[in-house]
Design a protein around this ligand. Structure first.
Ligand code: 5GP
Ligand code: ZN
Length: 118
């Protein structure tokens, strides 16, 4: 069973923010911003590549509710999902990082030279 399925099953403890029948949101164990939450579906889906539009439809509302719950909906935030090797996905259970609580950087996403900038 994957690590996030174990969190869903309460086999691994987590700091839960919001939960319903289908989704769960909890604080990232290694935050990269003052607010760093992970939102996941309770069904095991490997990544954004595999998720159904129906799941995403309901997940959209859930993530909006999470942003409100942690108080970053007005100040702004970023939603990120890493997919596969180049995306840097470490946990192979779909998750959306919801990060905020401060101005976020947007300067350097890749060591590859995009347009002769580096
Ligand atoms: P990825 O790199 O796959 O997009 O992100 C995985 C995220 O899961 C990382 O930000 C990492 O800190 C977080 N993470 C990994 N294991 C655990 C855990 O056991 N509990 C929590 N709360 N977060 C975890
Ligand atoms: Zn899983």
């Amino acid at each position: 069973m994957c690590i996030f399925c174990k969190i869903i099953n309460n086999e691994i403890p987590s700091n839960v923010i919001l939960e319903n029948e289908d989704f769960m949101a909890f604080h990232d164990i290694n935050p990269k911003a003052p607010v760093h939450v992970l939102a996941i579906p309770k069904i095991h889906v490997e990544s954004f590549n595999e998720v159904s539009p129906q799941t995403m439809k309901n997940m959209t509302k859930f993530m909006q509710d999470v942003a409100k719950e942690v108080g970053i909906d007005k100040s702004g935030y970023r939603v990120i999902t890493n997919v596969g090797d180049n995306g840097g996905q470490e946990v192979k259970h779909l998750h959306f990082h919801i990060v905020g609580g401060a101005k976020l950087a947007w300067s350097h996403l890749s060591d590859a030279d995009p347009m002769g900038k580096f």
